[in-house]
Design a protein around this ligand. Structure first.
Ligand code: TXA
Ligand code: MG
Length: 349
């Protein structure tokens, strides 16, 4: 398949290209596009065959449901059975934005889109390219992150092209993603609102609006035997090609432990890497040391993480060590992704 690649800026939309992209989606085609979180791989959410194509293009198991992206609040009612009060409150505060809500689905939503579930995930992105594309495509775009299954979510078009060129009809390059981590997912179908995937909208922020919210325990606890409620959270994910070990402990101890490991790996002829905060990045002797930002700036760390994981792949680094970060606020989402990338391999000093 020949993939058309189109560049545009959020501030200067290419209306004609967006119309063409919308037409492609309406005809059952696939278009990758930027959102404020990560790039998405879009197809017509109300067309089961399109969702089937999305799974195939990503190499994704078809029991892992897709998020439906909408551009207007009034379009929500058509795809869900009922809009609970909590959803109106959250939408007012956080939509458009990096929050996905789970509802009971309406008949018109095909089971291919929801991975066989009776519930449906919905998000209204804030990125202007995404919003215009959704409107041109008829209002409902199913879009998982635009990576091959198992790889880190793409935070720039470069990585979408790397994973999906030749597998989709069009890729819209809208520059770097503002946030760099996927949306927070909150399930509104049970007795209490429950966070299924942590993200930029934190537990504290949701509690300000809703009162107490639960958090799916399996997302922070690697040893849990329970299946996570978001089917996608059970798969090994974001994994770099090299091994990745998270090292937790006081700075000095951590630095000497990691440097010792690096020497051992180098003796074995392995190419080594470290993921560190600005404060300590200069202390490591690895072949490639990447800083994700100041330790106190969790948002910057969130923005850098997936890019850094991909860069280690590009550099063919074989043994990667990561400092561990604060798991408060957005840090909770950062550590959730880092732990998954490491297959929960953590050394506590
Ligand atoms: O920020 C984002 O959410 C990005 C951009 C493109 O919008 N999308 C994204 O989609 O991260 P994806 O498919 O990579 O992750 C969606 C997650 C998966 O873990 C999936 O299992 C879960 O959402 N999910 C979708 N529908 C669900 C449902 N009905 N019930 C529970 N979990 C659901
Ligand atoms: Mg994904």
């Amino acid at each position: 398949m020949n993939t058309r690649i189109v560049k545009m800026e959020e501030e200067n939309l290419d209306v004609q290209a967006l119309q063409e992209a919308g037409t492609l989606i309406k005809a059952g085609g696939l278009v990758a596009f930027p959102t404020e979180t990560v790039y998405g791989l879009g197809g017509d959410a109300l067309n089961g065959a399109s969702s089937g194509k999305i799974y195939a293009a990503k190499g994704r198991p078809s029991d892992n449901p897709l998020i439906i992206h909408i551009a207007r609040m009034e379009d929500l009612g058509y795809i869900v059975k009922e809009v609970p009060e909590a959803a109106y409150k959250l939408a007012q505060r956080y939509w458009p934005g990096p929050l996905t809500m789970i509802f009971d689905k309406a008949e018109c939503v095909p089971r291919e889109t929801t991975g066989g579930l009776d519930t449906v995930a919905v998000r209204m992105p804030s990125n202007q390219i995404a919003r215009a594309l959704i409107r041109e495509a008829g209002g409902y775009i199913a879009a998982p992150s635009a990576n091959l299954s198992g790889r880190p979510s793409p935070t720039s078009a470069r990585y979408v092209i790397e994973d999906l060129e030749g597998r989709v009809d069009m890729i819209i390059d809208g520059g770097g993603a503002d946030l760099g981590l996927e949306s927070t997912i909150v399930d509104l179908t049970g007795d209490k609102p429950t966070i299924l995937r942590p993200g930029y909208i934190t537990e504290e922020m949701l509690e300000e609006t809703l009162g107490q919210v639960e958090i799916d325990k399996t997302i922070v606890d690697g040893n849990s035997r329970q299946a996570p409620k978001a089917p996608g959270m059970k798969y090994r994910h974001y994994a770099p090609k090299g091994t990745l070990l998270i090292v937790e402990g006081e700075a000095d101890e951590r630095i000497s432990y990691i440097n010792r490991q690096i020497s051992l790996q180098k003796e074995k002829g392995k190419k080594t890497g470290v993921i560190a905060a600005d404060e300590t990045a200069g202390k490591y002797f690895a072949d490639s040391v990447k800083s994700v930002g100041k330790r106190s700036d969790e948002e910057q760390i969130a923005r850098a993480l997936f890019r850094v994981l991909r860069e280690f792949d590009d550099e063919e680094v074989q043994a990667i060590y990561a400092e561990s970060f604060e798991s408060r606020g957005v840090g909770c989402a950062v550590m959730n992704r880092l732990l998954k990338a490491a297959g929960h391999q953590v050394i506590k000093l």
